[in-house]
Each structure stands twice: as C-alpha cells, then as structure tokens.
Design a protein around this ligand. Structure first.
Ligand code: ZN
Length: 580
C-alpha cells in the first residue's frame, strides 16, 4: 500500500527541494533555477540544477533527477518509504503508516534488532573457553583488542543451536532467525540449526550503523573458508561494503578497496581508516555509486594473484563510470596489504599508495609481463598490442608519456612507436567521426532517452507527449480541455503519469513528481525530470491543440494498422481454409 498522495504533497511542500539539496550542495542562482556541483558524479563545473518551482532536480551530466523524495533516496541511500520517513522527521511530521507498511517496517526493525543482538551474542562468545582457536587466530594475525572491539568481532560456537537458543530466549522466533539468514532449516528433519558454527564472526554494518549481516571465517580446514549471510530483506551484498560505516568518516582524500575483511581490518589497525571491502562478490555498479558519495578517488588493492588481477581489471572501469578516479596499488614483496603492513609497516604502505598506478600504467605493465621482450617476435607482438592500446587513451599527455615508457620497455626508439600510435589514433578518430556523422543523420535519435528501456517507439507522438506533460504541469487547469485517455499515449510511462496527474487535478490536489509516489522506477522518474525541466516556450492554447492533435493522429494510425493486420490475418486464414 502506498502513502496517501495528500500526505506526500504536504511532505514535499514542507521540505522545499532547494533547502534539502542545499544541505549537501552549495547552490547559486541563475535565473529562476539554481545550479551547483552534482553530488552524484564528480565534476568541476556545475551541471546539477534545481528548479524550485517544479520541485525537481536534474543533472545534465549524469542524468539523475527527480523530486525531493528521490533526492533523499539517492543521497542518503534509502528506499522510498525510508526516504519519506526521513523527510517527515526533518519537517516534524507524523507519517501515516498503513497496516501492511507498518508491519513491513516493523518486521525489518525486528530483523535489524535481531542482527544487533546476534552480534552482541557472538562478541560475548569470543571470551568463552570454546573460542580459544578464534582468539589464537586473532593473535596470530596480530589483531589488537581495540580493533576487535571497534569492529565487534565475535565467535559462533561449535554447536547446532547456540545462537538459536540465545535468540529464542530474547523473544525471537524461528521464522525471524531464518529470514535474518542466521539459521537454516534441515531439508529432511524440518528442524532449524545455526548457519554459522565454529567461525570467527565479522558483523556487516551499513552506512547508517545497523548490523545487517555477518561474514564468518572458518578456524579449521572446513569449507567454505568464508561464509556470508544469505541475502535478506535488510542485507544485499551488491549494495553494501564492509567497514564503510567507519571509512565514510575518514579525513583521507581516498577510499581503499580491499578484497577481504582481514585486509580492511588490518588497514584500519595501522591507521588507514579509509579501507573498505566488498562482501565476497565482484564489485558492482551499486558499490561504485555508493563509494562516489564519499570520495572522488578509490585505490584498488586486490591480491597480486590472477584472480585479484582479473578483479582489478573488471573493477576499474566500473569505478570510472561512476566518476571516480581510480588508482591501482602495485603490491611488492607481499601477497596482500595485510601481509605487507606487518612486514614493512604503515610508512612503507603509504609509499605504495603514493606510487599507485592509474589504469593505463597498470594495463601497460600487465601487457609487458605477458611477453618475453628479449625475443624479437614477442617484442613486435608487444609493440603492436601496446600501440593499439595507447591509441585508445583519450588524454594526449598520457598517450605521449606511456608511448615513451612502452618504447623504453621494448628497447626501441620512442619515435618509431609514436608514429605507430598516432597512425592508430587517427584511424580510431576517423572511425569515430564516421559513427558520429551517421548518428547525426538519424536526427531523431538525439531526442531519444538515454535509458534503453525507455526508448520511444513513436518519436513524433513522444515529443508531443513530452510537451503536453510540461504544459499540464505548468497549467494544470488545462486538464479540463484535454480529451485524451492514457491509452492515447505512445509512451506508457507518460500515459501513467498523465492518468495520475489528472486524478490529482480532479481531486483538487497539486500536480508534480511527488504525486507519483513509489510506483515508478528511479530511471523513469529521472527521465521524467529531464523532460519537465525543459522550458515550455510555446503559447498554451496553440501548443495544447497541437500536442493533442499529434497524439490523436499517431494513435489513430496505430489503430488503423491494427485493424489492417487483423483483416489481413483473416484473409490469410480464409485462403488457407478454402484453398484461395
Ligand atoms: Zn550528475
């Protein structure tokens, strides 16, 4: 069940978008709009706009957009209901929770409480007799008592119902333990047992400080070595990073991304409070977006083995796409940061950080190691691959610099390689130009939404629909003159928006993004914001008539062709039956 729209209206009215955004972004006025540096992607000139009159924000760089609720969702990493609660609290309003919603919220609260209780239980277990192996392991890894406390490390006893019994005594039931991913049901017996047994426990804490899950490391030879909580209503490993709750407060200009809990913990212990770890999964776009909220620079410190190198190659472009500058740590004399820190100390590690490579350096290095450069044929193959790679670097200085480095590595004169790189570069540029020209020819394409799923099937109608929505947003009383139904719209998204706004208008409520509630995907809201942030310059009456005319015309065409298709099908069938 959704929040009542009247409530959402008031919520948005009492949380002016320029005020809420202003808490995060310094805005300056240009005409009736406000501009600032986008908080969602890294940039030097402000392409992030706020239009207080329309109650929307829109970034011309990364195309994020929406109303004040979407802004709260995006910036505070909240889902829709939590963003509403957050804004309500900000404005001192009471949230009308309906029963299902209240129950859902209550259930999640219970899960969070349960996970917190479980973390307390595991932590207390660490000082019991049964946890000797866990304590020995921590001592061997030189994890300090302060760090054990700070990260709330714990121990899951070597028993089938240790945690279950303790949590039941606190009033939690079997279903809650299963849902929280802390217990597993036996497939044949039907009883439940502890998911984590005889493991060193790492609580996973979200950026708001809630315990949402656990990672457990074995203390003997059993497998798997690391076990994570399963996905639960409160835990999604694609969206959370270990230790980010601490790292987000760092004074360092960067965040360090490690492969495992122990690396991250070790870095914190040695004073690098900016380390985070992904939770036994490859880095996702969600992770990258999350990181970009707290920093502009990420240093990858994955292991030197092949798996780690592959992970690095995969992660770097994902981070760059989120607007982050990426550096890659070149591990020397140790297999991972943990081992390095213990061998050489934090100062040496700081040196490694300062010498970390960018992606070009890193990839070129990897390419170099692939070939035996004492052999002529291998040298030629290396230079060929290097020239093609170097030509792809968009920055001229980088291109020049790494061309010299590659030539030096192969022991040839830079001039020869430079010529080759430039040739490759010109060819690439020519190809690109051709592609762009082709794209420009299809003028229509330029008005298409970026989001593939939202591409317009009928551009002529879609453009009219865009204009109509802009017009209706500005002058809702025009709804009385529009004789259209949602089916007339060629873009289903616009049809849905039209229907909701019309109902709002008929009920005397305000028309805008807030009225759309949570039944729209983020990409849909962002696209809609992009559409309505545009200036509506045409005079209302003529524009209205034109837009409605085009939408009707295009709609009727589809009806005719549908009729045609039906008739043709009939004819074909008749021919088949009666032999023509
Ligand atoms: Zn942006």
């Amino acid at each position: 069940m959704a929040f009542p729209t009247a409530f959402l209206d008031e919520l948005t009215a009492r949380n002016p978008i320029e005020e809420v955004v202003g808490q995060y972004v310094s805005l300056s006025r240009k005409g009736s709009n406000l501009f600032g540096l986008c908080p969602f992607h890294s940039e030097k000139t402000g392409s992030f706009s706020v239009q207080p009159e329309k109650g929307i924000y829109y970034c011309f760089g990364c195309h994020k957009g929406g109303g004040v609720i979407q802004f709260a969702m995006e910036i505070e990493n909240l889902d829709f209901p939590d963003a509403v609660r957050w804004l309500a609290k900000r404005a001192g309003m009471e949230v009308p929770e309906d029963n299902t919603r209240r129950e859902g919220y209550h259930r999640q609260e219970r899960l969070r409480e349960l996970c917190r209780e479980a973390a307390r239980f595991f932590h207390a277990q660490l000082s019991t007799d049964g946890a000797k192996a866990a304590r020995e392991y921590l001592a061997k890894r030189q994890v300090s008592g302060a760090i054990v406390k700070r990260f709330g490390l714990g121990f899951s006893p070597n028993a089938w119902t240790g945690l279950i019994d303790a949590m039941k005594a606190k009033g939690y039931n079997e279903q809650e333990l299963l849902t929280a991913g802390l217990a597993v049901r036996h497939p044949t017996k039907g009883t439940i047992y502890d998911r984590f047994r005889n493991r060193l426990m790492f609580p996973i804490i979200d950026v708001r400080g809630n315990v949402i899950g656990f990672g457990g490391r074995v203390l003997d030879d059993s497998t798997p070595k690391y076990l994570n909580s399963s996905e639960t209503p409160i835990f999604n490993k694609r969206k959370n990073l270990f230790a980010l709750n601490y790292a987000k407060k760092t004074k360092e200009e960067m965040l360090i991304l490690t492969e495992g809990y122990m690396d991250a913990i070790s870095l914190h212990q040695f004073g690098f409070d900016c380390a985070v770890a992904s939770l036994g999964t490859a880095l996702t776009e969600e992770h990258a977006n999350l990181l970009s909220k707290y920093t502009q620079k990420v240093i990858l410190t994955y292991d030197g083995d092949e798996a780690g190198q592959n992970a690095t190659r995969r992660a770097a472009p994902i981070l760059e796409k989120a607007g982050l500058s990426v550096r890659i740590l070149k591990m020397q004399g140790a297999k991972d940061p943990d081992e390095f820190l213990k061998k050489y100390g934090p100062d040496a590690f700081r040196g490694l950080l300062n010498n970390s490579e960018n992606r070009a350096q890193y990839l070129l290095g990897a390419m170099q190691r692939k070939y035996d450069l004492t052999q002529d044929d291998q040298k030629v193959a290396f230079l060929k691959e290097a020239a093609s790679f170097l030509a792809g670097l968009p920055n001229a200085v980088e291109r020049e610099l790494y061309t010299i480095r590659a030539a030096e590595a192969a022991g040839i004169s830079p001039t020869a390689l430079k010529t080759e790189v430039e040739k490759n570069f010109r060819r690439r540029r020519a190809e690109q130009k051709k592609r762009e020209e082709k794209k420009n020819l299809e003028v229509a394409n330029s008005r298409q939404p970026d989001e593939r799923a939202l591409r317009y099937a009928n551009l002529r109608s879609a453009v009219a629909e865009e204009g109509l929505l802009r017009l209706l947003l500005r002058e809702p009383e025009l709804f009385t003159q529009v004789q259209l139904t949602p089916e007339h719209f060629s873009v289903p998204l616009f049809g849905r928006v039209f229907a909701i706004w019309r109902t709002q208008f008929e009920q005397g409520r305000s028309v805008g993004i807030a009225a759309l509630g949570e039944s729209f995907a983020r990409e849909e809201i962002a696209h809609l914001s992009g559409v309505i942030q545009k200036e509506q310059t045409l005079v209302s009456e003529t524009a209205l008539k034109d837009y409605v005319g085009v939408i009707r015309e295009e709609y009727e065409k589809t009806q005719v062709s549908a009729e045609d298709r039906l008739r043709q099908a009939h004819e074909r069938m008749r021919e088949k039956h009666y032999g023509g």
